[in-house]
Design a protein around this ligand. Structure first.
Ligand code: SF4
Ligand code: SF4
Length: 383
């Protein structure tokens, strides 16, 4: 029986080693490319039992939130009651992680009509550990940090973020993921304290920050590995036809494309694509007065630009009452409008909007159709 040190090692980058790993426990060491993001990180080997024990250990430190099964086919982030409930391999959760930093409904203040007084809700952000988070989800949080941190910073969001420790995990892409097409690798570690990479017999645990190192030290489980380790590169099935750097340029030329009408014909305007998107952050604010006609509260609710009421203004006017205009607006928010100030695309390729769209509308198909339209325009101009 080989020991965990029985590694196959690469002698240089970029070479495909096709040595059969079946005589070792390291069947994962079949890579076409050296993964430079993990090169310099200290690493440990955890078997699945070590991982569950580690989650138990985390639960002694703070509230732990991790993906768990929901129904027969879905997954949701929830507070962990038992480490055996945590889903270590899952494609994506239905709702994004942002629900813990920007809740779907949040009371901002309470008021009293009779005395004309109000008091702002003060949130007590507690330490939370998020375990088993994918890289595209982490990127979504970084993009929200930008959107909610600039201008007048959203203090509740930032308070919750400051108290979060996030631990990443690798994933096997399904037909909806296209994050790597947008430049977000599966092993992107920015924002994580530790990163768990699935391998045949367990997990390689990479130490990303000092906080992560401290946790591993206190846990005193797992086995340190000194050797260089290479990770199998898992291809994603859904792909954008152009390099992601070219997408803002495409969006400069497709505002009047027929593509919008084509896809909007199938759309039912349910808003699911907005509400499940990790980078959408639009909201509505409503005041409600209780039955005593005196005590009231002001609440903030998630809202979405695909909903008919979103662009409705006083007098009943709606400046985006057509579905095609709403769909165009949604996509321009991801690939053009905010990109102009942040310099980043605001879609992370999680595939939620496609996976859960009741009309089977694929965001990758929309983008690729826009690329085709743009490319046809360019060819016409060249003639
Ligand atoms: S989820 Fe699909 S049907 Fe619903 S608004 Fe979005 S694109 Fe339209
Ligand atoms: S637009 Fe769709 S694929 Fe992109 S981040 Fe939002 S839900 Fe994910």
């Amino acid at each position: 029986m080989p020991c965990y040190y029985d590694l196959m090692l690469y002698s240089h980058c970029g070479t495909k080693i096709v040595k059969q790993a079946s005589n070792t426990m390291w069947g994962f060491l079949m890579s076409k490319e050296f993964n430079s993001k993990l090169t310099d990180l200290k690493r440990y080997f955890f078997n699945e039992s070590d991982v569950r024990k580690f989650i138990d250990f985390l639960m002694t430190k703070a509230e732990v939130i991790a993906p768990q099964t929901k129904g027969e086919q879905s997954f949701a982030y929830n507070v962990v009651k038992n480490s055996s409930d945590v889903a270590l391999e899952y494609p994506r959760t239905m709702q994004p992680l942002k629900k813990y930093f920007l809740p779907p409904v949040e009371t901002l203040l309470t008021f009293k009509m009779s005395s004309n007084e109000f008091s702002e809700e003060v949130i007590e952000a507690k330490k939370q550990i998020f375990f088993g988070i994918h890289s595209y989800e982490m990127k979504g949080i970084h993009l929200l940090d930008y959107c909610l941190g600039k201008g007048k910073p959203e203090s509740n969001y930032l308070k919750r973020r400051a108290n979060a420790l996030i631990i990443g995990i690798s994933y096997k892409p399904d037909k909806y993921h296209f994050a790597t097409s947008l430049g977000i690798d599966i092993e992107e570690t920015e924002g994580f304290a530790l990163f768990f990479e699935k391998v045949t017999e367990g997990y390689l645990v990479f130490v990303v920050t000092d906080e992560g190192a401290e946790l591993i030290k206190d846990f005193s489980g797992g086995k340190p590995i000194d050797e260089q380790v290479n990770i199998e590169e898992l291809p994603q099935q859904a792909k954008i036809k152009y390099h992601y750097n070219r997408l803002p340029q495409v969006f400069e030329h497709v505002y009047n494309s027929r593509v919008w009408d084509h896809f909007a014909d199938k759309c039912v305007g349910c808003g699911t694509c907005n509400l499940l998107c990790p980078t959408c952050y639009c909201f509505d604010v409503r005041d409600e007065v209780g039955l005593n006609a005196d005590d009231g509260k002001r609440q903030r609710f998630w809202d979405g630009c695909m909903l008919n009421s979103f662009a409705e203004v006083a007098g009943g006017e709606n400046f985006r009452n057509k579905l095609a205009a709403r769909m165009r607006h949604r996509l321009y928010r991801k690939f053009s409008y905010i990109t102009k100030s942040s310099g980043e695309l605001h879609c992370v390729g999680c595939g939620r909007c496609t996976r859960y769209c009741p009309a089977d509308i694929s965001i990758v198909e929309i983008i690729n159709s826009l690329i085709e339209d743009y490319s046809a325009q360019q060819k016409k101009q060249a003639v």
